[in-house]
Design a protein around this ligand. Sequence first.
Ligand code: NDP
Length: 331
Amino acid sequence: SKVLVTGANGFIAVWIVRFLLEQGYAVRGTVRTDSKAKYLKERFAQHGSKLEVLVIPDMTAKGAFDESVKDVQGILHTAAPVITNGTYETVVTPSVDMTENILLSALKYGNELRRITVTSSVVTLMQPHEPGYTFTDKDWNEYALQELKDKGDKAAPHIFYFASKTLAERAAWKFYEEHKAEVKWDLETILFPYVFGPKFHEEYSNGKAQSFLYSHLEQQKLADTLGDAAGAWADVRDVALGHILSLQKEGAAGKRLIISAGGFAWQDVYDALATAQPKLEGIPKGTPGVPRKAFSIPDASKTNELLGMTYHSLAESARDTVLSVRSPGSF
Ligand code: NDP
């Protein structure tokens, strides 16, 4: 069967495309420019015509996805501005518009469609809370929406991204509720935290994108804050497989699927790298033994059971992140 992947050139999406092709699916990807299409076709040349790449310069335009949804059985809508210093117009509007667009195209032309998974984020549920709070699929980031309402353009820059994901996910559920009687497909959303792991998308290969984890190591922080809760994480390969499983597993229908390998403090990353095999040279040790603070993390247990998720360890994920920075092209 054939799967449509929007934003197919992104960090996470190229892993999704790779695993779909390896599992024998035909893939139709959408990208914004010819050069991004060319990169993907070359990267996956061994799969020949199993990969089709459509150039859609403006995916926020009405009807932009009309052609692309025809004759696919599944859609993974991953495209979204991933910008934590943007504005309402550059982040929120396109994110929501693209989500509504793909659903409307699916409603009109998705004759063979069985399922759509919209890529969301744990930022749609995580908001300020007492330490140790566990977030579930019942939570929504009302805080980001309130900040946006109260402060408008003066909201902190990351709030636009948090609100964009929250509003886009809400728009998806609203659309589905309104139209579910008319369609033969079901909807789910997939939510995950910081994504670690190896990169091979073009933006990375040409030096425009950086590794968040590796940049952190390069700053050589040596401090008592390295034990603070830094968030939760998952490896990009597990996130990508989770997307594919979300299309395959019957029980996933209608769910907000939370993928997470667990919470972390930066010292955990340093400690994990210290145990990595083969041994990595030149990795700082941080502040071994620094006390850990309580984590507030998302609970992935329901999704782990539904999808049968397994996860890379932090040592494997952090090691492979470092290897992909030091030896581009090794993944
Ligand atoms: P990337 O920035 O690598 O990929 C984003 C993709 O979306 C690219 O294909 C990009 O196209 C496309 N895109 C961005 N803005 C627009 C726009 N205005 N119109 C059309 N396409 C656009 O990000 P990731 O792979 O990290 O993220 C993929 C998804 O996962 C996103 O939905 C993100 O919110 C979500 N996510 C990511 C996390 C992370 O830690 N990375 C954590 C949680 C969720 P182009 O290359 O042309 O800009």
